[in-house]
Design a protein around this ligand. Structure first.
Ligand SMILES: *[C@@H]1O[C@H](CO)[C@@H](O)[C@H](O)[C@H]1NC(C)=O
Length: 130
């Protein structure tokens, strides 16, 4: 199960990287320290990280908004870096109902696990060591 989920996650990440949405993956002003990039989340507008519905998101220690078509439309998401935790929120300013994803966790279907967050997420903030 876990390796299948991980393979799905890798596929989603690869897909996401192929079509990186600049606004979702923009770097913070300075250097990130030369690490392995700054993608900490995969977000998708359909359950199960469905191919073709995902993008990547990143940046550390700053509240960022999900841009269209992801705002109010995320139905599954995943953590991509074990040492980084990302909180996702219903409001634009990292407030309101939230969920933390970390340690390569995959949230397959918000409708089932967190119905209050399905198609309701608007911002995120990631914290950790990349
Ligand atoms: C996403 O945000 C844009 C503006 O930032 C807004 O016009 C649009 O209605 C939002 N989409 C949803 C589904 O809420």
């Amino acid at each position: 199960m876990r390796s299948v989920a991980f393979a799905t996650l890798l596929a989603a990440i690869t897909t996401g990287l192929a079509a990186v949405t600049p606004q979702l993956s923009q770097r913070q002003g300075g250097s990130q320290g030369g690490g392995g990039g700054d993608v900490f989340l995969v977000v998708c507008t359909e359950p199960n990280l469905a191919s073709g519905t995902c993008s990547t998101a990143g940046g550390l220690n700053a509240c960022r908004t999900f841009i269209p078509p992801f705002n109010n439309s995320i139905e599954s998401l995943a953590s991509t870096v074990a040492s980084v935790a990302c909180a996702v929120y219903v409001n634009d300013d990292c407030t309101g109902d939230s969920l933390i994803v970390t340690n390569l966790e995959v949230v397959d279907n918000l409708a089932a696990s967190n119905p209050n967050l399905k198609d309701a997420l608007n911002s995120f903030q990631c914290i950790g060591t990349a």
